[in-house]
Design a protein around this ligand. Sequence first.
Ligand SMILES: Cc1cc2nc3c(=O)[nH]c(=O)nc-3n(C[C@H](O)[C@H](O)[C@H](O)COP(=O)(O)OP(=O)(O)OC[C@H]3O[C@@H](n4cnc5c(N)ncnc54)[C@H](O)[C@@H]3O)c2cc1C
Length: 402
Amino acid sequence: MKRIVIIGAGAAGLTAAETLKQQGYQSVVVLEKSDHAGGKCCSPEYQGNVYELGAGFVSNHNRAVLKLVQRYQVPTAVVEYGKSILVDAQPKTIGQKLKTVRELLTYLTLVRRYRTVAQPGWVHVDPAVCVPFAEFAKQHHMEWLAEELALYFTGFGYDYFATIPAAYVLKYYSWPLLKARLQKKMYIFPQGIQHLWTTVAKQHDVRYHTVIQQIKRADTITITTTEGELECDDLIIASPLDEALEYLDAHADEHTLFSKIEYCDYRTYAVRLDDFPKASGFLPGNYTPDRMGSPVYWYHRHADTNLYTFYVLGDWKITDEQVLANIVAMVKPFGGTIVKTEVIKHWKYFPHVNGDVMRSGFFDQVEKLQGQHHTYYVGEVMNFSTVGLTAEYAERLVQRFF
Ligand SMILES: Cc1cc2nc3c(=O)[nH]c(=O)nc-3n(C[C@H](O)[C@H](O)[C@H](O)COP(=O)(O)OP(=O)(O)OC[C@H]3O[C@@H](n4cnc5c(N)ncnc54)[C@H](O)[C@@H]3O)c2cc1C
């Protein structure tokens, strides 16, 4: 029986481990550098309530995740809509609303035209969708719709429409996701989404606090870690690929490709506010690079508490003091004041490539590497940074190769 090591106990690594287990593999070890499972699914508890500092929502088309939810009977709840505040957004006239609906129809024809984008992974990405989404929306006369799409895209940390290739928007706003939103089939995890991965991790041999120092790949793979050495026949990397270059005996193509991956500096500021509306909100006025460092979205998870999580796109340089000052300025017109900063998290978020790299066949080249040197790559960069799409790719990869 093959011995398999997976690096990273986030959604990707644990879905891969779980799929291998379902397929009968018994010798699977997951190495995790931190002391917990979940990665960007991070759900701490404050004063008896669970909050989400990372991922919060999944939708009914995220089948790989929902399978785990069902298998381990992890509670979920339907997202309640209708309470969000839109800051600095001009209300749309009836004419503009009608245009938005017409543009949605155009968008759906484009989703159909470029439907391979919605498949797990990225095969043969059409150069037409490698242009920034702002340009793509202009070409197809969808500027009113773009304003709506930005709410759950830039608002959720997936970069600005001025730069991000259209392919990413088409991948995220796929027909199944739009349908799930229309049907209100979006879910949260009352015990926190991290609870799902903690539960899954308990079924596997996950070795925490394990820092990898070196990996040498021949017929047998030797992994040197702070906790000792182990050997395996196949390796699945479910952690940042650019960081893997630091410990992997990387080949030239791995170096060339993985060093092209870019990230967003996305941050969560959990603060207690007095006299602020008990609702979540979007800040579309901050969805351009010149508004970097100002909040793009805030989430009020528990109606009876004063704890809010604010989400901010940064530039890796802006200080937390500056960002907090921007949050103070934002809440002031509502009469709100910050009474306590509970926690701040910086995320190296949304691994992706720019339009030129995507056009040059980046993903086709990475896909060709799958299985070479007994190594496989999963994780959010291989599909898209949502729990559902990340898990789906990991599940498919295992089904394809093992
Ligand atoms: C603020 C925020 C909000 C989000 N909101 C949503 C949402 O509402 N819905 C949604 O679907 N998605 C959301 N996401 C995205 C989602 O959380 C991620 O795309 C997904 O969890 C990524 O899973 P992953 O396993 O690929 O990576 P990660 O979660 O990053 O997991 C990687 C794991 O590998 C470990 N690791 C890294 N390096 C090493 C190493 N060298 N050795 C061993 N272990 C290592 C890490 O500690 C981590 O546990 C959000 C993310 C953030 C940050």
